[in-house]
Write a protein that binds this ligand. Structure first.
Ligand code: FAD
Length: 545
């Protein structure tokens, strides 16, 4: 997987340089930069648009028309024969929760990954229910322009699911199985042709998938299960590990936002014919328009991707490969993940169909493409936009959380390191010692025992008795005195060596903390107490023993 991803990442050169300006920023983002060469919009601008549409979009996807999605949960994986229901295996959550068995039943992955209130097999009642929701059923598809596997919407095994009752969040799904799925999705990004367009198309394909992956990672971090409190809450550390520490992943979420926004913008003039149902929510069309009217065409320029004849083949390749991505969703063994995987890949596929199959100059073809959109493609399209909008909102919240934690951690450490603390005291001590040493040096004499160095027992200075002649012949008393002085010196030296060894660990500890303090202060940009005494030499006898 890693080699596939690394290879894919190589094509993603433009996105990796976007954030490199200030590595200390959250996600290393420069929000005034454009989100990519095919987009004339900055991160800041998308944040702004998102703030404006967020509440309307949320009400829209919670309306009856948009909250029911249909999918076949029992379809077998068409690519490999692993239909063992892996998520029921607890190992799939092994990297997230260590002692999974000790958790209550309702926290088990198979429960978390479950779909609530899925209405089994669409029967007559369901059909009439759907008819009520939509006054113009749209079940025909035009297979030539499909970017997604639309069979789910017609299958007799399909179930109807209330999306608002099954939020996309942490499920515990993981391990080899999900890795295999992601790996095969990224492998679809291997186009056969060469050329400049191929590069842009490949880049766009990679960004779509990576953006989907990152958006899922954002949701599972934003609504993560705290196994201690039993509450669903944002997990900043997880977000940073999965998404925040990778600027290109964050950027790809914004890119996807731009792609889907452009698709919505593009169908706006052709939506009059669409039959949204007003049975439960009045004025769904008005709500749709309220969101779409705030979008701008400049967010994404799809014309740059496939614009000549050679590009026709590339487009076919692109379409076939994206269709495979939607089919891979049938290999996902966690029901809730499969549900949202289906919704979102269908939403992207619908966006791509709108962007690349609505001929720019031909109004009739355009209207035709929009008229042929199925109800479930529309539901997927708006719900995918909502997922991205929620991801963008969550990224901004995570940024606040990140800055708050950084600030409070910085303040705590700064107050510990800077106020009446050990280091200040230590600093004062070093200063006074240094001062004493300097004074003593300049006087060229060692006068007093420095109180800070009580461990350093200097021999008592012998007072010279007045009138003692240096050249006088030493007598027995003088020898004795000299012996005693030497003996005392020897004992003091021995004591000094022994106690120094005893204090060595704490001395090393203090020295290390001192160094770390200086580094930390430099990192958080606060004045360094110890810098004031930069020329201060740590007395060598403190460390060299
Ligand atoms: C379709 C689908 C839907 C899922 N939905 C959910 C869900 O709703 N809730 C839930 O809890 N789990 C869900 N999962 C599982 C989730 O996506 C992870 O696979 C799982 O949490 C294990 O994560 P991981 O850290 O092992 O790495 P994974 O996310 O599995 O990633 C594998 C490797 O891909 C690379 N990578 C990761 N993110 C990106 C990126 N954005 N761009 C490029 N490369 C990347 C990294 O090298 C990583 O090691 C879903 C999985 C799939 C396939």
């Amino acid at each position: 997987l890693n080699s596939t991803l690394e290879e894919s990442s190589e094509t993603n050169v433009e996105t990796n340089t976007v954030f490199d300006k200030d590595p200390t920023n959250f996600c290393r983002m420069d929000k005034t930069e454009s989100i990519g060469s095919t987009c004339d919009v900055t991160f800041n601008e998308i944040n702004e648009v998102n703030k404006n549409i967020r509440s309307q979009l949320l009400s829209l996807v919670q309306s009856d028309f948009f909250k029911y999605f249909k999918l076949d949960l029992y379809k077998e994986c068409p690519f490999w024969s692993d239909n063992n229901g892996y998520c029921i295996n607890r190992a799939c959550a092994v990297d997230v929760v260590e002692d999974w068995d000790s958790l209550p039943e309702y926290w088990q992955p198979e429960v978390l990954g479950n779909i609530e209130n899925a209405t089994a097999d669409i029967n007559d009642d369901e059909c009439s229910f759907l008819d009520e929701l939509c006054d113009k059923p749209r079940f025909e598809t035009d297979n030539d322009i499909e970017y997604c596997d639309t069979n789910d919407f017609n299958s007799k095994h399909s179930v109807l699911v209330d999306l608002s009752a099954n939020p996309e969040r942490f499920t515990g799904y993981g391990g080899e199985q999900s890795s295999q799925i992601w790996s095969s999705i990224y492998r679809e990004n291997c186009f056969s042709q060469d050329g400049e367009n191929q590069c842009l198309a490949k880049d766009a394909f990679y960004r779509l998938i990576s953006g989907l992956h990152a958006s899922i990672g954002t949701h599972l971090s934003n609504e993560h299960l705290n196994t201690e409190t039993g509450k669903w809450e944002p997990n900043l550390e997880l977000f940073m590990t999965r998404v925040g520490n990778f600027p290109d992943r964050v950027s790809n979420i914004y890119f996807n936002f731009a792609v889907v926004a452009k698709a919505l913008w593009k169908i706006r003039p052709y939506m009059n014919e669409l039959g949204f149902c007003n049975a439960y929510n009045e004025d769904v069309k008005g709500m749709v328009d309220g969101v779409v009217s705030q979008l701008d065409s400049k967010v994404f320029n799809e014309d740059l991707l496939f614009h000549d004849e050679v590009s026709g083949q590339l487009k076919d390749d692109f379409r076939a490969r994206f269709k495979n991505v939607t089919k891979i969703m049938d290999c996902v063994q966690c029901d809730r993940c499969r549900l949202w995987g289906k919704v979102q890949t269908t939403g992207y596929a619908t966006s791509l169909k709108i962007l690349f199959e609505m001929d720019n100059n031909d109004d009739i073809t355009r209207q035709h493409v929009v008229d042929k959109l199925t109800k479930y493609e529309l539901i997927a399209l708006f719900n995918t936009f909502d997922r991205l909008s929620k991801s963008v909102e969550a990224i901004n919240r995570f940024e606040e959380l990140y800055n708050y934690q950084l600030k409070s951690a910085g303040e705590k450490l700064a107050s510990f390191f800077q106020l009446d603390n050990f280091f200040k005291v230590l600093n004062e001590k070093f200063k006074s010692v240094n001062h004493s040493i300097q004074e003593n040096k300049s006087d060229n004499k060692v006068e007093e025992k420095v109180s800070e160095f009580i461990d350093l027992k200097m021999p008592e200075k012998k007072e010279q008795t007045a009138g003692t002649e240096t050249e006088s012949v030493p007598n027995k008393g003088v020898f004795k005195e000299a012996w005693e002085v030497e003996w005392q010196n020897f004992k003091d030296a021995l004591w000094f060596i022994v106690t120094s060894y005893k204090r060595l660990p704490s001395t090393i500890n203090r020295y290390t903390v001192l160094k770390l303090n200086k580094l930390w202060n430099k990192f958080v940009g606060v004045p360094n107490y110890l810098d004031e005494g930069e020329d201060l030499e740590i007395p060598s006898h403190n460390f060299e023993q």
